[in-house]
Design a protein around this ligand. Structure first.
Ligand code: BJW
Length: 227
């Protein structure tokens, strides 16, 4: 029988495309306080500053392209005979732009807005601001980026755990393993007897839990894994 593969990606897979990571030297959390821009409380305190942070990242995303690692995973999803589940913590759309058809964005998407009043999700290709109203319920100033902040529940967790438990191989790519629940996937895979592989620039926080770890840039390691 063909093995089922569960892939988790993080900011490191998009780093070589020119998207900033969070915890590397010079990463986003060395420039802004995560409490200010990645918590519901930060948004309540200063929504304009949070909108500015995500609008700048939206603008950067328009300037960048997928890299060899995104393309390799799209090829794997297209050509592999078995099941390939692709879960990303990233809010960028580089997997989709590389051709991946099915991507689970557990931390939301930069291209969507979320109405804090009625929960409607809508396309937000352009900047978000306090002047906008929700197209679904008409509430003024209620739109926020559709991203998962600290203290909020990541998306599609039941489906993610089901697919992880059905997998024969768990592959973690470009993530520091610092943020739960994604950081716990390797331990859960291990407990369930699922083989695990880390592909990351350097050892992650949970590197010792993986059956195998390969360290280097994703643009080299991921195509080598796929071929
Ligand atoms: C390369 C590379 C190259 C570089 N090639 N590699 C105490 C204990 C346990 C948990 C908690 C705790 N206190 C609080 C919590 C929970 C909290 C949490 O985990 N906090 C930790 C800080 C401890 N988590 C939450 O609140 C989450 N919700 C939650 O838990 O709900 C309850 C629940 C319970 C049970 C089940 C399910 C749910 C929500 C977390 C939301 C995180 N949100 C963010 C922001 C999203 C929007 C945005 O993008 O702005 O998500 S934070 C940020 O971190 C972002 C990322 O997705 C996430 C992970 O970062 P990632 O991708 O790992 O990036 P980096 O920068 O950390 O690492 C990059 C890696 O790439 C590095 O290792 C580099 O070496 C490598 N790299 N270049 C290959 N070229």
């Amino acid at each position: 029988m063909t093995a089922s593969i569960f892939i988790l990606t993080g900011a490191g897979i998009s780093a070589e495309s020119g998207v900033a990571t969070f915890r590397d030297a010079g990463g986003l959390w060395s420039k802004v306080k995560l409490e200010d821009v990645a918590t519901p409380e930060g948004f309540l305190r200063d929504p304009a500053a949070v909108h500015a942070f995500y609008n700048a990242r939206r603008a950067n995303l328009r300037e960048v392209e997928p890299n060899a690692a995104h393309y390799a995973l799209a090829r794997l999803q297209r050509d592999y005979e078995g099941e390939v589940t692709l879960v990303t913590q990233n809010i960028d759309d580089l997997h989709e732009r590389a051709g991946s058809r099915s991507v689970i964005h557990m931390h939301g998407e930069l291209s969507l807005s979320l109405c804090a009043h009625c929960g409607a999700r809508a396309k937000a290709e352009s900047d978000l601001s306090l002047t906008l109203s929700c197209a679904a319920c008409g509430t003024a100033s209620s739109l926020r980026p559709d991203v998962v902040w600290f203290g909020e529940m990541p998306y599609r967790m039941n489906e993610i755990y089901d697919r992880l438990m059905d997998a024969d191989l768990f592959v973690s790519i470009g993530t520091s393993g610092a943020v739960y629940p994604a950081a716990g996937f390797v331990a859960e895979a291990r407990t369930a007897g699922i083989r695990s592989l880390e592909l990351n620039l350097e050892p992650s926080d949970g590197t010792f839990l993986f059956d195998e770890a390969r360290h280097g840039p994703a643009s080299k390691l991921v195509p080598a894994f796929v071929e």
